[in-house]
Design a protein around this ligand. Structure first.
Ligand SMILES: Cc1ncc(COP(=O)(O)O)c(C=O)c1O
Length: 438
């Protein structure tokens, strides 16, 4: 097995030759997945940069460049991916000082980073502010006071955006961060009292407003309604407090189709309704210089990732077949249905190199853990499996290792690989540690 060291990708790496954009030779997706599994081992996460590039281009084209893009590191903090994204998206949103360091280590200027998170500790504020953070996303009055004191002690004035928690999230989002009792941001009902206090703090400068209220929506009309709601809050709060924001952050809510039968989001429909609304906002003198920004993770990288596991053995138990695999919920908690899913549903997946003539049969897939919830699939239809077979779980580019109990039962860490126009680049085993700047 090679490629265990982190190899930073040069900016401008050409994007032909990856799994979804077609290769210079005629390598198919399955040939690529098999080659990567053979070379780097399993369990493995493979990220196709060509697919991410296509997604970035699609987003920029749909909104005609009206939105800058801010990548939420929590979705996938792989060091090679962060380095690759550096010249392709505009900003980085970090939610811990560890993610801030990861961004810096991947070559991001700290001024392009914003810092969200409901319970930031003093040492995180100190390191981020002292380290040249772009904008602190202030989530409470208390945090604003602490940040101002810390910035003062460092002899700095820190740019901040105030995170607002709306009182309503339209139906159709898989996860809600507002519209109910919420740890995130300042309730919209309380903004009018909090904002003047924040504005009066000596070492903070309010440069914008931020809302992230809902995630994982596949319904264009719900996203459109939400953006309109966010814009109205931004408009009213800015007017009441005479703000001329440098930036307004729209939490994207853009979802991806994880399961059989999910219809992909119609981004064109979202853009068709949203663009006139954004233009109307920008036409107001107060917002003439405002950078409108979409903050997102899964929509950028989720569909570009494959989780590769090998079948260790096949078991028959009480009339059912179980394929026991070398990776499971320890590597990929969301695929096991244990992360933000009310009803566990199978991720899309396929047998790599399957005989197209093979008749699919019902099978359960489980991982190597000694717990019955370690399932990658229940009753999925796949060609008959055998020991050594390679399974590719789709939609695995976001909230894979980063959202999984990697240490549980000490099975070792999965490897991660980027597929690029220059070939396969191993970025080593998933790293858990938070590296301080080198
Ligand atoms: C503040 C914030 N920004 C961005 C994201 C990324 O969300 P998604 O991956 O659904 O785009 C999240 C997700 O929870 C979030 O809480």
């Amino acid at each position: 097995m090679d490629g265990q060291e982190f190899t930073a990708l040069a900016p401008g790496t050409p994007m032909t030759g990856t799994a979804t954009t077609g290769s210079p030779g005629s390598e198919t997706l399955d040939e690529l997945l098999a080659r990567s599994a053979q070379r780097f081992g399993t369990p493995q996460f493979l990220y196709d940069t060509g697919a991410i590039e296509a997604r970035i281009n699609k987003l920029r084209a749909a909104f005609g460049g009206r939105f800058a893009l801010s990548y939420a590191v929590k979705a996938n903090p792989n060091p090679g991916l962060l380095a690759w994204l550096r010249d392709r998206v505009d900003y980085l949103d970090v939610s811990s000082i560890g993610e801030f360091h990861r961004g810096r280590n991947a070559g991001w200027e700290p001024a392009r980073a914003s810092f969200t998170g409901p319970a930031k500790r003093d040492h995180e504020l100190r390191e981020a502010i002292g380290g040249g953070l772009g904008e602190l996303i202030v989530e409470s009055l208390r945090e604003a006071r602490r940040a101002s004191a810390i910035a003062g002690a460092l002899g700095r004035v820190q740019d901040v955006m105030v995170r607002i928690s709306p009182d309503r999230v339209p139906k159709g989002f898989g996860g809600h961060m507002a519209g109910q009792t919420s740890p995130f941001g300042i309730d919209v009902e309380d903004v009018d009292t909090a904002l003047p206090e924040i504005a009066a703090l000596p070492n903070l400068r309010i440069v914008g407003l931020h809302i992230f209220s809902g995630t994982q929506s596949l319904r264009a009309e719900a996203i459109v309604e939400n953006y309109a709601l966010l814009a109205e809050i931004f408009r009213q709060v800015s007017a009441r407090h005479d703000l001329r924001p440098r930036k307004l952050v729209f939490g994207s809510g853009l979802g991806i189709p994880y399961h059989e039968g999910d219809m992909p989001l119609d981004l064109g429909a979202v853009a068709a309704e949203t663009v006139p609304m954004l233009d109307a906002l920008r036409a107001e003198p107060r917002f003439a210089e405002t950078r409108l920004t979409l903050e997102l993770g899964r929509y950028l990288v989720g569909e570009a990732g494959y989780f590769l596991v090998r079948v260790v053995s096949i078991k028959r138990s009480r009339g059912r077949t179980i394929a026991l695999c070398d990776g499971g919920m320890n590597n990929h908690l969301p695929a096991s249905g244990q992360f933000g899913m009310v009803i566990a549903r199978n991720y899309r997946m396929h047998l790599v190199g399957a005989d197209p003539e093979a008749e699919p049969v019902d099978v359960d897939l489980s991982g190597p853990l000694c717990t019955s919830i370690d399932r990658l699939a229940r009753g999925i239809r796949l060609p008959p499996l055998a020991e050594g077979d390679l399974i590719a779980v789709h939609q695995s580019g976001a909230y894979g290792p980063t959202a999984s109990p990697l240490g549980f039962i000490s099975h070792g860490l999965p490897v991660e690989v980027l597929a690029t126009g220059q070939g396969l680049v191993g970025t080593g085993r998933v790293s858990l540690c938070v590296e301080a700047p080198r």
